[in-house]
Design a binder for this molecule. Structure first.
Ligand SMILES: NC(=O)c1ccc[n+]([C@@H]2O[C@H](COP(=O)([O-])OP(=O)(O)OC[C@H]3O[C@@H](n4cnc5c(N)ncnc54)[C@H](O)[C@@H]3O)[C@@H](O)[C@H]2O)c1
Length: 263
């Protein structure tokens, strides 16, 4: 079959191999929400986790409109043991777990000299420690079953030295290295581990910053593509790296940034 025919979903509705896959998504916000809908459209059963019940209800309504099998779980991933609890609950409700996508994060844009240790701890706990807790629990299950896909949202800030991004950048650089070690340790068990590293994407996380006068034009001028990204531009990479076509791709940080990291 030609590649065009394989890519035509009418010819092979399950060309990604995700029909019936059990997918856990942490984060019901802009990027996690868009990915939840994309996995559902690909035929997967999706469990979405967030601490914000309103965000869960909103994505639940959209998943319901698609008629997809889905579960919603409210949890604060900064609590010790929450990763293990959430994974056990999702395995129970979906009957297993094949894909885990971590899309939870916060930012606080201030110079490093202004941060207290408590503020540093909080950002690292939300952005980095929650990846450890959730991916370790998902990885334990996937290593045992001999198959799995682990993905987490990093950022161009994990590579570039953006002003006023100290704790955020450190958390994203930490995610990159944590995932690379997980990728190495779990590769022989059929589990791939990769990071998605977006540039500026229009979501609730960036809405406040983009509303500042002149900020949007400043940010766009830094991107060779000349524009910011949309949450939907994360869904194709997430589906591909979760698919049967990506079984030999592990330990990558995939930049989805319109060329931002080229300049
Ligand atoms: N939007 C961007 O420009 C951009 C760029 C690079 C990387 N990212 C990364 O992508 C991921 C998703 O970002 P987004 O733009 O969708 O953000 P978002 O703010 O739209 O969504 C994040 C979600 O995380 C949830 N959350 C926060 N703390 C939590 C906690 N302790 N426990 C459970 N849930 C919690 C929030 O309630 C929210 O629904 C983050 O890791 C972010 O750092 C975003």
């Amino acid at each position: 079959m030609s590649i065009e025919a394989q890519l035509d979903t009418r010819a092979d509705a399950n060309w990604l191999g995700l029909t019936g896959a059990r997918v856990l998504i942490a984060g019901a916000g802009g990027i996690g929400g868009a990915c939840a809908l994309a996995y559902a459209r690909a035929g997967a059963s999706v469990a979405v986790i967030d601490r914000d019940q309103r965000a869960l209800d909103a994505i639940g309504a959209e998943l319901g409109a698609l008629g997809s099998r889905h579960e919603l779980l409210q949890a604060d991933l900064t609590e010790h043991g929450s990763g293990q609890r959430v994974v056990a609950e999702v395995v129970d409700r979906l009957g297993g777990l094949d894909v885990m996508l971590h899309a939870v994060g916060i930012n606080d844009r201030r110079p490093i000299l202004e941060f207290t240790e408590d503020e540093w701890d909080h950002i690292l706990r939300v952005n980095l420690s929650s990846v450890f807790g959730l991916a370790q629990a998902a990885g334990r299950h996937m290593v045992d079953q001999g198959y799995g896909r682990v993905l987490a949202l990093s950022s161009v800030s994990g590579l570039l030295a953006h002003h006023s991004h100290g704790p955020y950048a450190a958390s994203k650089g930490g995610i990159n290295q944590l995932l690379r070690v997980m990728a190495r340790e779990w590769a022989a068990s059929g589990v791939t581990v990769n990071a998605l590293a977006p540039g500026y994407i229009e979501t609730p996380l960036t809405a406040g910053e983009l509303a500042k006068p002149g900020k949007r034009a400043d940010l766009e001028s830094l991107v060779p593509a000349g524009r910011l990204g949309t949450p939907d531009e994360l869904t194709g990479p997430a589906l591909f790296l979760s698919s049967r076509h990506a079984g030999f791709i592990t330990g990558h940080v995939m930049y989805i940034d319109g060329g931002r990291t080229l300049v």
